[in-house]
Design a binder for this molecule. Structure first.
Ligand code: 3PG
Length: 220
């Protein structure tokens, strides 16, 4: 799937789940629990030894899920996650070697930005979908609007992450700069460890109800 299609899916669904998985066998039930609540985009994070295997299982067994990989910190990891079937990659920052490796591999990639300089680096490398991270502690939507203004003519879009949950995502979702909002609140690491699939489905459903309110006609 190319960047355009991924962005269209993000626009439609409005939220994506950021996940830290400790056991590969939790991956498929976790993906199904999110889907049952209507969330069909996830960013697994490369923060545990089983992350790539978890991705592989989801790609193989839950094709309805758009599964990307976050915390991609090296060019080698770009190769690794692409080989495992990642639909897209995400990084916390703008390491040019990582972004260029993703571009060379044809892997849609959202680097993390929090300053205008970061955005310059990212757009110079050809990115237009950017992770705004850490969103809430760096000034939230107000900071993003000022920061993004000089780049508006380039059509960059953002995924705010870091400190978002049901209490604050509405204001982001309603802004045209935002492609989708995300976070770990949908499926926190502890709930995954407890295999609390119903609670994860409930969280996803609540988030999707909010998306439908704020972006009517977007999410199905
Ligand atoms: C991350 O990379 O950890 C994400 O941005 C999630 O942040 P959150 O845990 O504050 O939702």
């Amino acid at each position: 799937m190319n960047t355009e299609k991924i962005m269209a899916r993000m626009q439609r669904t409005g939220v994506l789940a950021v996940l830290v998985v400790d056991r590969a066998e939790d991956a498929v039930p976790l993906a199904r629990a999110l889907l049952a609540g209507g969330v069909d985009i996830m960013e697994l994070t490369l923060r545990t030894p089983v992350a790539v295997e978890a991705l592989r299982r989801i790609v193989g067994e839950v094709p309805e899920m758009l599964a990307g990989m976050g915390t991609v910190l090296t060019p080698q990891q770009v190769q690794e996650v692409q080989a495992a079937g990642a639909a897209f990659g995400v990084a916390p920052g703008t390491n040019p070697r990582v972004i260029q490796a993703a571009a060379a591999a044809g892997l849609p990639f959202a680097p993390g930005v929090v300053t205008p300089t970061d955005i310059e680096h990212a757009v110079e490398c050809g990115c237009r979908l950017l992770k705004f991270f850490p969103a809430e502690t760096s000034g939230g939507l107000k900071h993003l609007k000022y920061m993004a203004a000089p780049f508006a003519h380039l059509n960059v879009r953002f995924i705010p992450l870091g400190g978002l949950d049901l209490t604050n995502l509405e204001k982001y979702l309603g802004d045209p700069l935002i492609q989708a909002v995300g976070g770990s609140w949908l499926a926190p690491r502890e709930l995954i460890k407890q295999q609390a699939w119903q609670r994860i489905t409930d969280n996803a459903r609540q988030a999707m109800q909010l998306v439908q309110r704020v972006r009517p006609g977007g999410a199905q």
